[in-house]
Each structure stands twice: as C-alpha cells, then as structure tokens.
Design a protein around this ligand. Structure first.
Ligand SMILES: *Cc1c(COP(=O)(O)O)cnc(C)c1O
Length: 388
C-alpha cells in the first residue's frame, strides 16, 4: 500500500465527464485519416446552431480566440474603448487588448455578480464601441438594459457565454441576443472538447470574416481546399490567425452536446442540494435564478466573510484542500492583477462590489461527474470547517 492510499481520493475541481461515445468517435476520427478541420467540425457547428437557435456559427480553438475575432469582426479599431466587467476571467479583458482596443471596466451588481448596466452607462465615452457582458456562473446578464444602451449609443454587443451555453433570458438563448456569442469547451466548462470554442453570430458577413480571420486570413473557400472536389486555389485577404478547431475536438463536442441537458439537470440537482444545505450557515449563498431566465449552473459560489464565518476565504480554501476537495476562485477581480494596474492604472477599490466578492468567493465542486456521496462529503466538510 502506498502511503496516501489511506487518504480520501482528491475530488478534482471541474472534472469533465467523458463517456464511451466520444472515446469511440475520437478513435474513429484518428482511423479516418482526417483529424484536422473537416466534416465533424461542420456537424458540431450545425448541431450547436440548432441547440442555441443561432443563425451562424464558427468553431474555433478556444473561447479566447472567439472573443478576439468577434471584437475584430465588430470593426473595433486601435484606440476604441470596449466596456466589460471587473468580475471575469482574464481572457475576456486580454481579448480586448489583443484586438488593439482599450478595455474599460464596469463594476458588478453584488447580488447577481453580473455587469451593472448603470455603471456601463457611466463609463461610456465618445470612443466606446462595444460592450462585452459575461453571463457569470451561468446567470444571464440584464440583457434588456444592456441592449437598450447599445441601441441608443450604436454599440456592438459581444456576449461572453463561457459559463452559459444552456442559459436563456426571457425565452431567448444568451449568445443570440447581442451581435456575437462566444462559447468555451475548455476542460472545466459545461461541455468540453479539451480546448475549444465557438462564435455564434446573427450576421453572415460577421461569421465570414471570423472564418477568414481564424484560418490565416485565407478566403472562405480555403476551408474546403482539402475536400474531394479537387484542388482549389486560396487567396490571403488579410494577416489572420491560426484559430481553427480540429475534427478530433469536434468528435468529442458532438457527443458531449447530445448530453448537455442531462448534465445540466445533474448540476441543477447538486446546486439545489448545496442551497438547502448551506442556507443557515454563516456564509452568503448564491441568489436563486431570476424569473423568466434559465441559469446554466456552471459555478456554485459561496462568500466567506471573516467576521461572520470565523475564518478567512483563504483559510477556508486551505481547509477544503486538506480535506481532499478541489475548490476554485472565480475570480479575483480584474484590477487585483499587476498587469492591469500597471497598464491601465486600475485599482480594486474603484470597483468595490467586484473587489469584495473576489476576496470572499469560493467555488465548490459542481460537475455531472459528482456522485451523491461526493456531494454529501462536500456538504459535511463545509459544515465541519464552519463549525456547524
Ligand atoms: C474560460 C473562460 C474564457 C476562456 O475560455 P477558453 O476556451 O479557455 O479560451 C473566457 N471567459 C470566461 C468568463 C471564462 O470562464
């Protein structure tokens, strides 16, 4: 027996559930001799378009690339300003920087943790060209307010749906309300391809530009250049990027997408068990989903305030890890990071809601892979650490 065999196996945070059909299809793809961008990618785009009710889709190698190309396709130029939330993953902000624009942050609503439309309104200048709302943890942003602002000021809207494939807002899928919707299939996301992303768009020209930019800037026909229709010349129209998705990745995604609702129902169950179990603990639990919306239940986060809980968030994280439970922090607010402080002069205290949540938040395991026993163990451990 190895020394740590007596220890409980570590519960990996955000572990994906990989099942036999995707394993078989990856094998079939490998054996087919066509592992690059081809029919399986086209099929994954088509199935996702149908699921989301989107007009057009382009599969890419990450949500970060999806955001980058959407911002470029939105016509954002050097010196333009793009407003996003102070409570997001760094990729949202970095994509704006890579597109040559200046990111401008808005604070969040402390209850929904989503971008506060009133603060967006305050941050608009003559240079503002777009808004990038993030449907945080899978909860939809206040899209009516955001779209009203966008229409009035003639701004593009690029929805970061990395947490929110299953999310709807007043009957519409998020990612189809603005001009662009960006999805992630990263290993910890709601469905996975390993690395992977997709852009949804409502405008044919936008998606054509994204397909061109995503494959070296070559004319759209280049996507077909290895088909059995014979050799086709391609022309480079601009200096593009290498952001295409492979059939090997789509082979996983197509099968994961078939189970998206099943996985969602399972996460909803776990989310509900946590809500019941933690409502009388000295921590802040998430707000229930709003009426006429569908939450994607990507993250389950509790806020640890030292005054109430008797320990700091970081002490809580450490205690969970010692008990073999993988936890996450989503996220330290963007202005906590040195690069943004140095480059844009941002200070955490200028975004007080995002700062406070970023310093108190803890994400508990929420994955369709969790068993009922795993969930019971997480609940018992949280209670034990909080002395209940
Ligand atoms: C994961 C994530 C991204 C980036 O997704 P990748 O597919 O890993 O590039 C962007 N925004 C948010 C909010 C995310 O959580």
């Amino acid at each position: 027996m190895k020394p740590n065999d007596t220890k409980k196996p570590f519960l990996v945070f955000g572990a994906p559930l990989i099942e036999q059909p995707e394993i078989d299809e990856v094998t079939a793809t490998l054996k087919s001799g066509w592992i690059g961008t081809g029919e399986r990618v086209a099929c994954f785009e088509q199935n996702m378009r149908q699921y989301k009710g989107a007009k057009y889709a382009a599969a890419l190698n990450s949500c970060t690339s999806a955001l980058h190309l959407s911002i470029l396709a939105a016509g954002i130029k050097n010196g333009d300003e793009v407003i996003t939330t102070a409570m997001t993953f760094c990729a949202t902000v970095n994509a704006i920087v890579h597109a040559g624009a200046r990111p401008v942050l808005a604070d969040i609503d402390p209850v929904t943790m989503n971008i506060d439309p009133a603060d967006v309104q305050r941050k608009i200048t003559a240079r503002t060209k777009a808004i990038v709302p993030v449907h945080f943890a899978g909860r939809p942003c206040d899209m009516d307010a955001i779209m009203d602002i966008a229409k009035e000021r003639n701004l593009k809207v690029i929805e970061d749906c990395a947490h929110a494939i299953e999310t709807t807002y007043k009957g519409r899928h998020v990612g189809t309300i603005g001009d662009f919707g960006c999805l992630s299939f990263y290993a910890t996301k709601n469905i996975v391809t390993g690395e992977g992303g997709m852009v949804l768009a409502q405008n044919k020209k936008h998606i054509a530009r994204i397909k061109t930019l995503g494959l070296h800037g070559m004319s759209a026909d280049a996507w077909k250049r290895f088909s059995d229709k014979g050799y086709r010349h391609y022309y480079v129209l601009e200096a593009g990027f290498k952001y295409n998705m492979m059939d090997l990745q789509a082979a996983i995604g197509i099968n994961q997408l078939r189970r998206i609702e099943k996985y969602w129902r399972r996460r909803r169950q776990v989310w509900g068990r946590y809500q019941d179990a933690f409502k009388h603990l000295p921590v802040t639990i998430p707000a229930e989903p709003e009426a006429r919306t569908r939450h994607a239940y990507h993250l389950y986060t509790i806020l640890i305030d030292k005054e109430r809980a008797g320990l700091t968030r970081d002490e809580f994280l450490e205690a969970m890890t010692k008990n073999s439970i993988g936890v996450g922090v989503h996220y330290l607010s963007i202005p906590e990071h040195p690069y943004y402080q140095k480059t844009f002069g941002w200070k955490p205290r200028d975004f007080p809601n995002a700062m406070q949540i970023g310093r108190q938040t803890t994400s508990l395991p929420l994955s369709p892979k969790l068993t009922e026993d795993n969930v019971s163990y997480v609940i018992a451990t949280v209670r034990k650490i909080l002395g209940r």
